[in-house]
Design a protein around this ligand. Structure first.
Ligand SMILES: Cc1cc2nc3c(=O)[nH]c(=O)nc-3n(C[C@H](O)[C@H](O)[C@H](O)COP(=O)(O)O)c2cc1C
Ligand code: SF4
Ligand code: SF4
Length: 275
């Protein structure tokens, strides 16, 4: 019996939702039960301090992360690079906010290959943009029902590929879009783009949600901008809607995205093929 492990970075949880739908289809097609499925959410910084035990060819690993500036978020990429596979089949997923995924899926494939995994399928799904709000609804409410159906089908078809392939090493290498050199991506550090209003009850939810230890719980839950990765997890997690995006360059970017990327895109899916 094979084991399935999901490893994902997902500040605003769209990647997590997509990976779980893929897993549902995968487990069903392979007849794998819930007790053989482990989800490792590496969004929180303390989880990323340690690596994971090596995987072998009895494992199937799903790797997932959002797209930040056409690349993987650096924290996710750095964690994935610490993984070890041993001809372990890997299912690779990036989730993006309806602009483009540029080089992110290629970067994930390159990391997985370098770590000893066999990338057997890859996908780019759409998720609500981190910068979205009720007023600026970029890709709002994605993944939707149709996305999740596609995700489950993608998982199911990957399962059939695994079942029908005698030796996964004989598959021709997975090909995904992307270019070298990769786009520049994002460093750490953000403009001061969040205000904390009087509605704040000091509950601490935002600090717990932050993947970057970038919220000062001792000082009015203000953002430590040098550590912030702009993920907006804190804004979306605040139960009082007390964290708001200020007017400024990030809100302008959100408005620009909302105007220029309004046509809903569909998921793109890729499989390694029998050679
Ligand atoms: C800093 C930053 C950069 C982003 N860059 C892109 C991008 O290049 N293309 C895109 O379509 N979406 C981009 N997004 C949107 C996210 O990829 C998208 O919202 C994703 O669903 C978030 O995943 P999560 O919910 O797992 O955190 C960006 C988001 C952030 C925070
Ligand atoms: S989650 Fe909202 S209410 Fe809670 S501490 Fe943070 S800003 Fe304040
Ligand atoms: S402070 Fe910055 S890094 Fe932390 S959750 Fe908020 S936007 Fe993300």
């Amino acid at each position: 019996m094979k084991k399935i492990t999901l490893v994902y970075f997902s500040p605003t949880k769209t990647t997590e939702t997509v990976l779980k739908a893929i897993t549902q289809g995968l487990a069903q097609s392979l007849g794998i039960s819930g007790s053989e499925i482990t989800a490792v959410n590496v969004t929180r910084p303390e989880i990323r301090e340690n690596g994971l035990a090596p995987f072998d060819d009895n494992d199937i690993v799903l790797l997932g992360a959002p797209v930040y500036a056409g690349r993987l978020p650096a924290d996710a990429a750095d964690f994935f690079k610490k993984l070890t596979g041993s001809d372990t089949p890997a299912i690779l997923t990036v989730v993006y906010g309806n602009r483009e995924y540029d080089d992110a899926l290629l970067e994930l494939k390159d990391i997985a290959s370098a770590c000893g995994f066999i990338p057997i399928s890859g996908a780019a799904f759409i998720g609500e943009h981190s910068f979205a709000s009720a007023d600026i609804p970029v890709a709002m409410n994605r993944p939707d029902e149709n996305d999740l159906k596609m995700a489950a089908e993608f998982g199911g078809n990957t399962g059939y590929l695994i079942k029908e392939t005698h030796d996964l090493k004989n598959l021709s290498a997975l090909t995904v879009p992307g270019n070298y050199p990769y786009k520049d991506g994002m460093g750490k550090g953000a403009p001061d783009f969040i205000e904390v209003t009087e509605a704040c009850t000091n509950c601490g939810t935002c600090a717990t949600a932050c993947p970057s230890k970038a919220i000062d719980a001792e000082n009015g839950f203000v953002t430590i901008t040098a550590r912030c990765i702009l993920c907006c997890a804190c804004i979306k997690a605040c139960p009082e809607k007390a964290r708001l995006m200020k007017d400024g360059p990030i809100k302008d970017k959100a408005r620009w995205l909302n105007e220029t990327c309004s046509l809903p895109k569909s998921a793109q899916i890729f499989f390694a093929t029998p050679s």
